[in-house]
Design a binder for this molecule. Structure first.
Ligand SMILES: Cc1cc2nc3c(=O)[nH]c(=O)nc-3n(C[C@H](O)[C@H](O)[C@H](O)COP(=O)(O)OP(=O)(O)OC[C@H]3O[C@@H](n4cnc5c(N)ncnc54)[C@H](O)[C@@H]3O)c2cc1C
Length: 409
């Protein structure tokens, strides 16, 4: 029987050790500082630096990267387990150096970078001494369709000259470089072969941060930026010319799943808060937890979380075993993002005014949960792709099986 829902001992050990470190060291140290009441911004920075340094020296560093570049060398199913643990602790992913967008960029550089690019750009990310961003979406055209990108890169001698306007270049403020997607071959017959990727150091003349776009969650470093005749040497072309779309797809597959893994941790946290509150709050003659309408919220959330976990693990299994994974990642991304939204909403409902206040993490979680349904592939775009692949499977095999996970059922 090949189906086994247990992690190997090695993966389970990694997960439990990571949980122990995050819960008993990181979370506790944060609580101690918070309870002090007078901690300054500098105190927080020092603590975060210390915790990162401990994570590195104690082997809780880069769970998503192979050992040859200093990572934990876990398979992607183990990364799923570890990332879900990291998301239960504020700043958890950053402490262990697997935060977005650096995590996706490290992956991209690992697969596409030349030796020069690895040394110059990947190495500092791995060491945690630099930060990066990914600059693709533009305000003027639909981000859902990267073939519409208007930013251009034109070759001039040994340089490329980049001009364009982007926004939601998350993390740009304070980042050392951006991976920028720009149009290099507008006449290529295949629309997907018109864009290329470039590594742009953000101290390059002509790079401009216009503003930090304020979102419903406040200012969280999602800047609007301009590239005004930004020059980069030809060595900064990442991957092949015209390969920007392909690179984006390679990056987004595992990166989307990595988001799902972090969201699983958030869903679990919200559901635990819902249960905890419902068992303590008394109204109209009984605890909330004894009321059927509240129990339905619990059971719906449990079923949705359970199916989310199975989807994430199955997509991870497919990636780990070199199988086609597009359909499974799309389905997981859509399902987990919507589960996150619903479960956080239910937890907020059960907490009443407290849930709406910022006294619990729920308000912040809800702000994050809303973008999960539109970034990295909006719900409708994933639904469109899922339907396309479903029809393709049916039309080529006379069966939808390959479009619904290819399971032996
Ligand atoms: C918090 C956050 C962080 C982000 N970080 C980054 C980043 O670091 N780098 C970066 O480059 N981008 C980033 N983005 C941008 C994100 O990737 C885009 O928002 C996303 O690709 C959608 O593009 P858009 O906003 O232009 O929406 P549009 O493409 O204009 O789509 C708007 C809506 O149209 C509908 N729609 C679109 N296409 C279809 C279709 N085919 N069928 C039916 N309906 C459709 C959907 O409802 C969709 O939500 C971030 C966004 C957010 C909110």
């Amino acid at each position: 029987m090949a189906i086994d829902f247990q992690f190997s001992q090695e993966v389970e050990d990694a997960r439990l050790m990571m949980r122990e470190f995050l819960q008993n060291t990181v979370k506790k140290e944060f609580e101690i500082l918070r309870n002090r009441g007078d901690a300054s911004g500098d105190d927080w920075s020092v603590l975060v630096k210390e915790l990162r340094s401990r994570a590195k020296s104690e082997g809780f560093w880069l769970p998503h990267m192979p050992q040859d570049v200093g990572g934990m060398g876990l398979g992607i199913t183990a990364v799923a387990a570890v990332s879900a643990e990291a998301a239960k602790v504020p700043m958890g992913p950053y402490i262990i150096n697997c935060q977005a967008p650096d995590e996706g960029n490290m992956h991209t550089l690992y697969h596409f970078a030349t030796d020069y690019q690895r040394e110059t750009f990947l190495k500092p990310l791995l060491e945690g001494t630099a930060r990066s961003c990914f600059s693709m979406t533009e305000p003027e055209v639909a981000g859902s369709d990267p073939t519409l990108i208007q930013t251009t890169a034109v070759q001039d001698g040994d340089d490329w000259v980049i001009n364009g306007h982007k926004w939601f270049t998350s993390g740009a403020k304070g980042a050392d470089f951006a991976i920028v997607i720009a149009k290099t071959d507008p006449d290529a017959s295949v629309a997907q072969a018109r864009n290329s990727a470039f590594i742009v150091p953000l101290d390059s003349p002509g790079f401009e941060i216009v503003r930090d776009v304020e979102t419903m969650g406040g200012k969280h470093n999602h800047p609007e930026v301009r590239y005004n005749d930004v020059r980069v040497p030809k060595e900064n072309l990442l991957g092949e010319r015209g390969g920007g779309h392909k690179l984006g797809q390679v990056r987004l597959g595992p990166a989307r799943l990595a988001h799902c893994m972090r969201w699983l941790g958030q869903i679990e946290m919200a559901l635990e808060m819902l249960i905890d509150r419902a068992q303590k709050r008394f109204a109209h003659g009984s605890l909330l937890s004894e009321k059927q309408s509240i129990q339905w919220m619990m059971s719906d959330s449990a079923m949705e979380l359970y199916s989310s976990k199975l989807m994430v693990l199955h997509a991870a299994y497919k990636i780990e075993n070199g199988m086609e994974f597009k359909q499974e990642v799309s389905m997981a991304k859509h399902h987990v993002a919507n589960t996150l939204w619903r479960v956080v909403d239910r937890a907020m409902q059960v907490h009443g005014a407290l849930g709406y206040s910022t006294d619990t993490p729920l308000a912040g979680m809800m702000q994050q949960a809303r973008w999960a349904r539109l970034a990295d592939g909006a719900d409708e775009v994933h639904q469109m792709r899922i339907a396309e692949l479903l029809m393709k499977a049916y039309n080529s095999d006379g069966s939808i099986n390959q479009g619904v996970g290819g399971l032996p059922l």
